[in-house]
Design a protein around this ligand. Structure first.
Ligand code: DGL
Length: 263
């Protein structure tokens, strides 16, 4: 059981930011990553379609005998985490926007949150804000187009910088000093965001490390950490495209082969 793989999924390549953190903390684990890039962005799917996609991916992981699943997608977590947990008996680790750490960091008590509209309008996100962000001013933006730019590997192009300016400038004008990246695609835009913020001091936070810590804790509690040898990662995608290999390789900083899975 301990050598069984861990399934990690996202609407696309964004969850690779979570995979990076997991590989670093748990180098012995075998990882299976599924990018549902054919259906990205999940922000544009209705709930029924999103459920179908989560079911497809969870069944794929089940066939691979995964010992745990990581929902490396804030949007899928916001809408599907409870349902997936009720359907599958393996541990399921989910992600949520890093509101709590942001409230501990901010000095102006003004926080920006970049996330998809599904995440921002979810009950789960409202609960998170009610629990941790009372007394803080939270500025939110659903950042249309960010996910698509990352899927294309356009991390610092003129168009991407323009989009970031459109969503970040109003927040900077409102004196935020901390920005939460509440979508796993966005950490790949961190350099571009920092460029746009320029001289304005801005702390950018995400929850990739928190997810890897939580995964470590749960595997440890269940006695299923893999300590026997160094792990390997295998990559799958619902999008059969050659350019996908190079985007994966770029985001992971190593030559990566992506296996196509037809749905
Ligand atoms: N990476 C996903 C997230 O964290 C992107 C959502 C989408 O595809 O709209 O929310």
């Amino acid at each position: 059981m301990s050598e069984a793989p861990i399934g990690i999924f996202d609407s696309g390549v964004g969850g690779l930011s979570i995979l990076n953190a997991i590989q670093e903390r748990l180098p012995n684990e075998n990882l299976i990553y599924f990018a549902d890039s054919k259906y990205a962005p999940y922000g544009k799917l209705d709930e029924a379609r999103l459920k179908e996609r989560c079911l497809f991916i969870a069944n794929f992981f089940h066939e691979q005998n995964t010992k745990a699943m990581v929902i490396a997608c804030n949007t899928a977590t916001a809408l599907m985490a409870e349902w997936l947990r009720a359907e599958y008996s393996i541990p399921i680790i989910a992600i949520e926007p890093a509101i709590k750490p942001a409230t501990l960091i901010t000095k102006t008590n003004k926080i920006g949150v970049f996330a998809t509209s599904h995440t921002l309008s979810s009950q789960r996100y409202q609960n998170l804000k009610n629990t941790y962000a009372k007394g803080f001013k939270v500025f939110e933006s659903h950042c249309l187009g960010f996910v698509e730019q990352v899927e294309l590997g356009e991390l610092e192009t003129e168009q991407t910088i323009g989009l970031i300016k459109r969503y970040l400038q109003p927040m900077l004008n409102n004196n935020i000093d901390t920005l939460v990246l509440g979508c796993t695609h966005y950490p790949f835009l961190k350099n571009a965001i920092q460029k746009v913020a320029a001289e304005t001091p801005l702390t950018i936070v995400d929850n990739a490390n928190a997810v890897s810590l939580q995964l470590n804790k749960i595997l440890n509690e269940q006695g299923i950490l893999n300590s026997s040898h160094s792990g390997r990662s295998t990559f799958y995608s619902s999008l059969g495209s050659e350019s996908h290999n190079s985007i994966f390789s770029r985001l992971l900083s190593s030559d990566t082969k992506v296996n196509y899975i037809a749905d």
